[in-house]
Design a protein around this ligand. Sequence first.
Ligand code: HAM
Length: 424
Amino acid sequence: MSFRRPRGTRDFLPGEMELRRMLESRICGIFRSFGYREVGTPTFEHLELITAKSGEEIVERLYSFQDKSGRWLALRPEFTAPVMRMYVTSLQSEPKPLRLYYFGPCFRYERPQAGRYREFWQAGVELIGSGTPEAQAEVVALADTVLRELELEYELHVGSVGVLRKLLAEHGAGEEEQVRVMGMIDRGEVEEALQRLEALGGAELAELVEQLISLEGEAREVARRAERVLEGHSGATGELRSLGEIMEALEWYGVEARLNLGIARGLDYYTGMVFEAYVPSLGAEKQVCGGGSYSLAEVFGGKPVPTSGFAFGFDRLLIAAELEPPVERRVMVIPLSREMVPGAVRVASELRGRGVMCELEVMGRKLGKALAGANAKGVEYVVLVGEELRRGRVVLRDMRTGEQREVEVERLGELPELSQPSSP
Ligand code: HAM
């Protein structure tokens, strides 16, 4: 019997949990400031929901199982398919566009390493019902705003799977073939992808794609080079122009993004613009965000609807952001004798009722030991409950200076030194 955690999972101790909650509330606060509203979906879904369109990459890494009734289920590896299932069943008739966000754990059977886990958290958004350049740019700009507000050193790369898809389609590649080639490119298996393309459309197609996916850099410059590479391929050129409109809208938002036509993304549902954000200091697992425009509603029985979104790897952001722990005022109420315990319970309740966070000494210790215990925990103020309580008073002790003064219980809740410092 092993009592260790399963591989790729983590425990979060109180200090870590405080940092996680702090980051979560900063990110979700920014999502809300753009008008997005939170949704929740089950931790597990029917296996087919995930296998329908997410792609081999993800399906190979699923945690799937049969329940006691023989149904095949899977722990969610991401939120986009579940959110679009929810949209189709419950939100299709809502006014458009819908702006939804989510935060929660996802599960993928991966080889664990720094920044890559089997249970990890995503914070993301989906904008449903508009495919305008400004809608797609908004999603990218929202991701950019979060990264900027966290003061990270990051790079934002925008590309399009639409360009490559159109090019492949022009050479007779169906949906399945397109997805296969893009999957190879996403995994870095470029040689294999080019060989496949050569078999499909000859050396010319392979060369074209090779040139295209190596284009990365300053947006306008890359767009000019790509136009030249794609000359004569009207479908792909059209996609490139649409991407150009999104890049222009990004300028209105003040977003500095690079154009990278090599981004293929590991999920099959993307149709047009795609983007990724990297924090180079994270090393191998530097991708902190991925997203793009996609088409999924019709896969789940809904009407087709233009959609775009992204998800942050929350755990990677947390490593990159190097946050300072939140400052919390720690207050402890200590009864000076056994007889004073009921009074101490009342004082503690009164304080909590007035918004002061405080804990009660419940170890039955003598005063000296109780104070040493409070000190060891980093308690800053102690409320000593003794005989004075008969007069409605207690003794307030500043643990840093050792100063003590009598205070009316009634007034304790108003003391600024006991209230929580406002969060940054
Ligand atoms: P994804 O790129 O598969 O996209 O995942 C988004 C982010 O989750 C990645 O950029 C990465 O930071 C993080 N991530 C992925 N796997 C792990 C892992 N094993 N450990 C830690 N972090 C990980 C999606 O999931 C799409 N649903 C994004 C999207 C939303 N596209 C449109 N809407």
